[in-house]
Design a protein around this ligand. Structure first.
Ligand code: T3D
Length: 262
């Protein structure tokens, strides 16, 4: 538990809440440190099978806390170092997390906050939420994998316009464009995120981890290479008890109970 980030548990679901609502949950150093600690802990915790990441108050996250950036002439800030030590490890931890991350975007997601959201696996957003590639407004380019995610998910034309113009993208349009999974009524956001995460927490964990890894691999492989990776993953999954349980349950016409054991 940390002041800037709240970690709660609901059975096998971990709920991670950015908790600086008065600053729209912007990332100060304490927040990124806490998130790194929490993600490292959750990755290793066998009792956690799915995560929800959300924000407290009216915003999701407004990116780097700009009050931490005091611009002194002659003493420029090394933003690259900040990415190296704070933001890039976070995005890498989310991508490598062998469990699904549901991101519940409760309000504005700007700058690094927008791309942090897109680093999750299933992104739900409240209809009132907006995604803003705000970087150019302060003389920066998108980071936290934004140039990668936007280009892959939307294509160059939309990625460039969003990054260059920093125009807010509504949750509904983000869903229609395929940037996120769904835009939902504001009051329905957390109930839907919780239902989704609870469902994922009951799914076979090894299969979910393999799906996540294979889909990430597909960004850099050929179809031919991917066929081999799928074969290897399927072979390993085929030896799990959850596969035996899934097939047995189907044949016995009952719901499967996936224990997540090898
Ligand atoms: O430096 C590095 O380490 C490199 C990493 C860079 C990555 C980045 O994320 S760069 C991009 C940084 N983020 C931004 O540029 C966004 C700044 N915020 C805004 O543009 C607006 O706040 C929003 C469009 C997100 C929301 O607008 P609105 O009108 O709904 O809210 P507001 O009134 O602007 O904000 C409410 C409060 O939160 C306000 O404080 P106040 O006036 O009530 O005391 C505002 O200053 C504060 N706040 C919002 N964003 C930030 C922030 N405080 C610090 N840092 C912020 N990023």
């Amino acid at each position: 538990m940390s002041e800037t980030v709240i970690l709660e548990r609901d059975e096998a679901v971990a709920i991670v809440t950015l908790n600086r609502p008065e600053r729209l949950n912007s990332f100060n150093t304490a927040t990124t440190d806490a998130l790194q600690r929490i993600f490292a802990e959750l990755a290793e915790d066998p009792g956690v099978r799915a995560l929800i990441v959300t924000g407290a108050g009216r915003g999701f996250c407004a990116g780097q806390d700009l009050t931490e950036r005091v611009m002194t002439p002659g003493a420029p800030v090394d933003v690259g170092a900040s990415l190296d030590t704070r933001f890039n490890p976070l995005v890498r931890m989310m991508r490598a997390m062998p469990k699904p991350i549901v991101v519940a975007v409760n309000g504005v997601a700007a700058g690094a906050g927008a791309n942090f959201a897109l680093a999750g696996d299933i992104v739900l957003a409240a209809k009132s939420a907006e995604f803003i590639q705000a970087f150019v407004r302060i003389g920066l380019a998108p980071d936290c994998g934004g140039t990668w995610s936007l280009t892959r998910l939307l294509g160059e034309a939309r990625a460039k316009a969003l990054a260059m113009l920093a125009e807010p993208l509504s949750a509904e349009r983000a869903a229609a464009w395929g940037l996120i999974w769904k835009a939902v009524d504001d009051d329905d956001l957390m109930p839907q995120a919780r239902a989704l995460a609870a469902r994922l927490a009951k799914a076979p964990p090894a299969a979910l981890a393999a799906i996540k890894r294979l889909i990430h691999d597909a960004a850099t492989t050929t179809m031919d290479e991917q066929l081999d990776l799928e074969r290897d993953a399927q072979r390993a999954l085929g030896y799990t008890r959850d596969f035996a349980e899934g097939v047995t349950a189907f044949r016995e016409k009952r719901p499967p109970v996936f224990a997540g054991e090898g």
